[in-house]
Design a protein around this ligand. Structure first.
Ligand code: HPA
Length: 270
């Protein structure tokens, strides 16, 4: 595994003339932010040794590296999902590679369904903590000591200072922000209303099919992590209508300007 990681990061390093300091993972429909990166180098996943290729609609499948605000960022336009059939190792390879390239700060975004009845579609949720209900763990298998310990502490995966900063930027820009726990399931089927009731009773506020593998891995390596969910729909059974992936994409599209303001504001001050 370490050999695969090194090969991928050596290839990327050979294409870059800057050293990025913030990693940005852009979720479903939120990849547009990468278009605002200047002095950009685009590296397609398909050209990187050992990289899987993203298959989901609305995901570009490339790194965009360059300047956003005054930060040097490495953005993933498209990520790998467990439901696509990838192994956990493949899903978290980009985060391992980011760390190898010297990145210590990770900003992760996703589209999620609102479980908390006080949420509305279009809200942004600062991830306070997560529940890993994917039925797998990216750290399974041999531990690579240079990345972190066998049994990493998970008491504060999502950095408190960064969470406070995100809230401050949202308030300053009059962007509706909520806070809560994100639960990750494997997907690809959406949840049943019974599952959503169960998850609500377990303390989950929003549900999705990503993010947790990457943040467990980044936490293993001691990175500073901020997670932001875009609530694209209310979870199954919260409202009378059925769920539709189109709705998820539409809301993500609609909140684009606010999302961009929020992330850029955070980057500026982090
Ligand atoms: N459930 C799971 N994943 C999601 C949802 C949802 O309701 N919305 C966006 N991603």
């Amino acid at each position: 595994m370490i050999h695969k990681i090194n090969e991928a990061s050596d290839y990327i390093k050979s294409k870059l003339d800057i050293e990025p300091d913030v990693g940005l993972i852009l979720g479903s429909g939120l990849g547009v932010l990468a278009e605002e990166i200047t002095n950009r180098t685009v590296i397609k996943y398909e050209d990187i040794p050992n990289f899987p290729v993203s298959t989901v609609e609305g995901h570009a499948g490339q790194f965009v590296v360059g300047n956003l605000q005054d930060k040097k960022v490495m953005a993933m336009q498209g990520r790998f999902h467990f439901y696509e059939g990838y192994d956990m190792e493949e899903i978290v390879l980009p985060v391992r590679v980011m760390y190898k390239l010297g990145i210590e700060n990770l900003l992760v975004t996703n589209a999620a369904g609102g479980i908390n009845r006080n949420f509305d579609p279009g809200n942004f949720m600062i991830i306070q903590d997560h529940l890993n209900l994917m039925g797998d763990n990216p750290l399974k298998g041999e531990n690579i000591e240079e990345f972190g310990p066998r049994f990493p502490d998970m008491s504060e995966v999502y950095n408190e200072e960064l969470r406070e900063l995100a809230e401050k930027i949202a308030v300053e820009n009059k962007i509706k922000i909520v806070k809560g726990n994100y639960v990750a399931l494997s997907g690809p089927s959406y949840e049943t209303p019974a599952e959503i009731r169960h998850l609500r009773n377990s303390g989950a506020d929003a549900v999705g099919m990503s993010t947790v593998p990457e943040t467990i891995t980044a936490n293993h390596m001691g990175m500073n992590i901020l997670g932001i969910s875009c609530i694209t729909n209310m979870a199954a059974g919260v409202l009378p209508q059925p769920l539709d992936h189109k709705e998820v994409v539409e809301i993500a599209e609609k909140v684009k300007p606010e999302f961009s303001t929020l992330i850029k504001g955070i980057l500026k001050e982090m």
